[in-house]
Design a protein around this ligand. Structure first.
Ligand code: GAF
Length: 382
């Protein structure tokens, strides 16, 4: 893909580009905790968006997407917020870099990718990260990687309008091979945990083929419900700033003060924060069996309390639970469709995939795509 994107750039724009590769991500545990200032445990994966980029001496950006053949242009100094198509992510990145005080010059780019779209693997964060790294290099800006992540996150807020946390962009820009990262989404401090279990377990992603198109509006509703919960709980727990400051026991204690749905959302988020910290302990003890049990508990919470699953994803997880080779499984990412993440015994992966495909197809009449992933480095210049 790198070669293809580079060659297409040269034949379209007639000069040498720089090339970036920008990965999707998995998240072992810690879902919908990032915008509540909690903890997450993601890593970058072996699926990428590839960019070829060069400055063009004008004020125009010309972008050619090989995944659909579209060539789109926009003026870099006159960007109007839009949520239309893939180009809004590029416009959002340029706009947010400008908001940070960087002068952005016109550029040409070609991009392509193999991160399935709408599968919960953060293809949009990869589109953002690959461009910000390329522009940083071409314009010699010397940006900090966390600032680059904030550019992507704010681009999502202002352009497609998803009020996301920082997990996806963080993972995209800070990933390391065979390593997951526990990020404290309040302080933005992070800690690397080796994840070198390839001879015992593989990370297997099962794509329900349900595209999470509803996700953006419902996602923002979940965020608002968490904020509503904090506002109510602040009357009884004045020191708290976000759900990060609240325990699941405290949520239960004030159950009668919270509207039912808000209670469920808060109980899920506070329990999930506690699970991430417990999962890190298990990871340090190489105890994937117990870590897997936490993943099942996360799925239960995402499905029943946070209500971001769907019957197809529940089916996949319920079925995985019956399989002795699976340590844990759950819906991953924003939800409403996309993939489950499964920790599957390495010597049984083929068997697991064959059965999963067969069972899912006979129930839903569609064949799930399955990806056996590895954890790789974050966005880089090739
Ligand atoms: C999406 C968002 F972009 C992330 O910030 C995160 O909230 C995730 O959903 C759920 O954990 O991927």
């Amino acid at each position: 893909m790198i070669q293809q994107v580079r060659e297409q750039f040269i034949s379209t724009f007639g000069k040498e580009p720089i090339v970036t590769t920008s990965p999707g991500r998995i998240n072992l545990i810690g879902e919908h905790t990032d915008y509540n200032e909690g903890f997450v445990l993601p890593g970058a994966i072996d699926k990428n968006i590839v960019y070829a980029v060069s400055l063009n001496g004008t004020d125009t950006c010309n972008a050619l997407a090989l995944f659909n053949g579209e060539l789109v242009s926009f003026e870099v100094n006159n960007i109007q917020p839009t949520n239309e198509g893939w180009i809004c992510y590029l416009m959002g990145v340029v706009y947010q870099m400008q908001q940070m005080g960087h002068e952005i010059k016109g550029f040409d780019c070609v991009l392509h990718g193999n991160i399935p779209i709408g599968a919960g693997l953060s293809s949009s964060a990869a589109v953002e990260g690959g461009l910000v790294v390329a522009l940083d290099q071409l314009l010699n800006l010397g940006m900090d990687r966390m600032d680059m992540a904030k550019v992507g996150q704010l681009a999502e807020h202002t352009f497609p309008g998803v009020k996301c946390g920082i997990m996806d962009q963080f993972a995209n820009l800070h990933g390391k091979k065979d390593t997951v990262m526990r990020l404290d989404c309040r302080s933005l401090e992070y800690h690397y945990f080796p994840f070198e279990f390839g001879d015992q377990y593989k990370i297997v992603l099962c794509n329900s083929m349900v595209s999470h198109s509803l996700a953006s509006s419902e996602y923002n509703v979940r965020r608002a419900q968490c904020e509503e919960g904090v506002a109510i709980l602040q009357q009884y727990l004045p020191g708290i700033k976000s759900l990060r400051d609240v325990s699941s026991e405290q949520v239960k204690e004030y159950a009668d003060k919270l509207p039912a749905k808000v209670y469920d959302r808060c109980l899920y988020v506070t329990s999930e924060n506690e699970r991430v910290l417990a999962a890190c302990e298990y990871l340090q003890q190489n105890d994937l069996e117990n870590m897997g049990k936490l993943m099942y508990a996360t799925h239960e919470g995402l499905s029943k309390l946070y209500e971001v699953s769907c019957p197809e994803l529940d089916f996949m997880v319920e079925w995985a639970k019956e399989r002795p080779e699976v340590a844990g499984a759950r819906v991953m990412g924003g939800g409403f469709g996309g993939c489950t993440i499964n920790l599957v015994k390495t010597d049984k992966v083929d068997e697991f995939i064959a059965f999963m495909k067969q069972r899912y197809e006979s129930k839903y009449n569609k064949v799930p795509e399955v990806y056996v992933t590895s954890i790789e480095k974050g966005t880089s210049v090739v």
